[in-house]
Design a binder for this molecule. Structure first.
Ligand SMILES: Cc1ncc(COP(=O)(O)O)c(C=O)c1O
Length: 355
């Protein structure tokens, strides 16, 4: 019940990582070509998940790194502006806040009861706005943004849309092309059901030339495999954002995780997650708790946060802990986050404890 923090990995993910560990233990780097092939196949799986091109996917170590690369790689001019939302998870704040040193103005739009208003975002745009950066799903309220509508508006206003997708990718469809997303970052350890520390950065091929790699290593350059060359021209694709040796074990795990999701089908997963969170939300409201965040289905997600009807959240958190039901304490609330494989019985068990 805590997928918005760190998900359990599936047996398949575990086996994929354990298989690689066994291989490296027994054979060292003998099979390194297989690792390289696997990077390619995992990139293709991630591209399928996003409707991207696999050349637009870079492996990173986490969401923060992807956001930082995109934010710091643009050629900012003093007076340029970035629009975001108040109360974003800090990963999608500090990377942009740090740009103030380069003369960039960060404008934060308030959210109302955890709801992010597209109109409020659009009315904060000025001719100097270069980037709008938002979470696909807010980490506390669970509000899920209509990215296609926002992306269209960004194109019309001549700015780039960047998305912190970690709280939604794996559970809800994202089509980076239809949504005109310029850049997107997510780690695999939440809704993708992968391990920690194996993440992706998507950069649209049409904006790649505008995002100079801020971290430079031997693999960022075109002639990376020729160790005697000294030519600082970037690789043609998003691998220019990969700084040196990759997290091969993590990438094996991420690949197995994403393939499992693709097999089940993201629309099926989304429908199931909404069915479970509807049941949870309905039950909590019936018990008199104050549920925070959106109610409309098109804005709902896998996250349900609430303030218990009596006192603070501590008592309930202790009770969940004692019964080995994993939930999270966030912003003075209890945050519950089931995934598609959870059962109605498990939701009812949570409700029983909350009653
Ligand atoms: C919206 C959001 N972004 C980013 C992160 C985590 O970032 P990272 O992958 O860099 O640890 C979280 C984790 O809680 C989150 O909720």
């Amino acid at each position: 019940m805590n997928h918005a923090a760190v998900a359990p990995i599936s047996r398949r993910v575990r086996d994929a990582m354990a298989g690689l560990l066994d291989d490296v233990q027994q054979c060292g780097a003998e099979h390194w070509q297989r690792w390289v092939e696997t990077y390619g196949s995992v990139r293709r799986s991630l591209a399928l998940l996003l409707n991207a091109d696999s050349g637009e996917i870079a492996f990173t170590k986490n969401t923060s790194e992807g956001i930082s690369m995109f934010a710091s790689g643009l050629d900012w001019q003093p007076g340029d502006e970035v629009v975001s939302v108040e109360g974003e998870f800090p990963a999608n704040f500090y990377a942009w806040k740090a740009l103030e040193k380069r003369g960039v103005v960060l404008r934060l739009v308030p959210s109302e009861q955890g709801r992010v208003s597209q109109e409020a975002i659009l009315s904060a745009l000025t001719p100097r706005t270069r980037v709008v950066t938002v979470s696909f799903v807010q980490y506390l309220s669970g509000f899920r943004l209509d990215l296609e509508k926002l992306g269209q508006a960004c194109v019309a206003r001549g700015c780039l849309l960047f998305v912190d997708a970690i709280q939604g990718l794996g559970a809800f469809p994202i089509d980076v092309k239809r949504a005109n997303i310029a850049g997107l970052a997510a780690d695999g350890h939440k809704w993708m059901l992968g391990p920690e520390g194996a993440a992706l950065l998507y950069v649209n091929s049409q904006v790649m030339e505008k995002i100079t790699p801020p971290e430079i290593g031997w693999t960022t350059v075109r002639h990376w495999s020729d160790f005697s060359r000294r030519d600082l021209s970037w690789r043609d694709d998003a691998r220019r954002y990969e700084c040196g040796t990759l997290n091969t074990v993590g990438i094996y795990g991420l690949g197995a995780a994403v393939n499992l999701l693709l097999e089940v089908g993201i629309p099926n997963i989304a429908a199931r997650v909404l069915q479970l969170t509807d049941r949870l939300r309905g039950g909590l409201l019936a018990q008199g708790h104050s549920v925070f965040g959106p109610r409309a289905r098109e804005e709902a997600s896998g996250i349900v946060s609430f303030v218990p009807r009596q006192g603070g959240p501590e008592h309930l958190l202790d009770l969940f802990l004692a019964h080995r039901v994993q939930v999270a304490a966030r912003g003075g609330m209890v945050r519950i986050a089931p995934h598609f494989y959870n059962t109605e019985e498990e939701i009812d068990r949570v409700l029983e404890l909350a009653s």
